[in-house]
Design a protein around this ligand. Structure first.
Ligand code: SF4
Length: 252
């Protein structure tokens, strides 16, 4: 079981988790904010979490501004002896409320920084995976080659992953957390939940005629081949009902 968490749990919950977890069947993906955005409370709780579950924890980082320096992730892995794996995710627009997210104009710069970071990780024996919503054409051929050599996991897709809230309601993914959440108990298993939310996302995407973030996506051969779905589909939900070329953004 892989649990996506920020690791900020109370000492009581940490002790309870330590008692009940089956180590070889559990992995944590712990999301860590960059140092400037961290609070003392966050630091202390995550430190306790890493010290308790070090070998079970990989790291996750959400990119929500273009100038982020990811070096602190390597420091964390070395300091706490964590799993040598890092998931990088793009912060997408959140449907229904404002949030910090990246503008597509910054994607090429973010791509450059990611590839630079992947090379550093490679030298430290750390592998990186890119989460959904990345766009294939914002990476150059050379950058894709560097990531391939460093065994970076990358799929240019956008598909429900299913988030479970503390109130045991579930939704497609964080950016769609306000869109038709359902009680977990309604589904027989995770596959049934994924099918439900995939149908929902596909329905809205089709209804709005959404074909990608850029005008070029409409006729892109990589989209036709299924190599890239055209970036995140949140825009299909945030559009004014017409997700046509009027609502897509110019490719930088
Ligand atoms: S589908 Fe769109 S985002 Fe993906 S490679 Fe083609 S033009 Fe770029």
């Amino acid at each position: 079981m892989k649990v996506f968490t920020n690791g900020c749990v109370s000492p009581e919950l940490l002790s309870a988790l330590k008692r009940i977890l089956v180590p070889n069947r559990t992995m944590f993906l712990v999301n860590v904010n960059q140092p400037a955005q961290r609070t003392d409370g966050e630091d202390g709780k995550q430190q306790a979490f890493f010290e308790t579950f070090s070998g079970l924890c990989g790291l996750s980082c959400n990119i929500y501004e273009p100038g982020m320096d990811f070096g602190f992730l390597i420091d964390h892995i070395e300091r706490y002896k964590l799993r040598r794996k890092i998931r990088m995710g793009l912060a997408h627009p959140l449907v229904g409320e404002p949030n910090s997210h990246l503008d597509t104009s910054s994607f090429p710069e973010v791509a450059r920084r990611i590839v630079e970071f992947v090379s550093r990780c490679d030298r430290h024996g750390i592998t990186v995976s890119l989460d959904c919503g990345f766009t294939l054409c914002d990476f150059t051929d050379e950058q894709l080659g560097i990531m391939t050599r460093a065994q970076t996991s990358m799929k240019f897709i956008c598909d429900p992953i299913i988030d479970i809230g503390p109130d045991l309601r579930i939704w497609a993914c964080l950016p769609l957390s306000n869109v038709a959440p359902r009680p977990l108990a309604e589904f027989s298993d995770m596959t049934a939940a994924i099918v439900h939310f995939r149908e929902l996302v596909n329905r809205v995407t089709d209804r709005h005629g959404f074909y990608g973030l850029y005008p070029e996506c409409r006729t892109c051969k990589y989209r036709q081949r299924g190599t890239c779905v055209g970036g995140y589909r949140t825009r299909a939900f945030t559009g004014d009902g017409q997700c046509s070329s009027a609502t897509v953004v110019k490719k930088p």
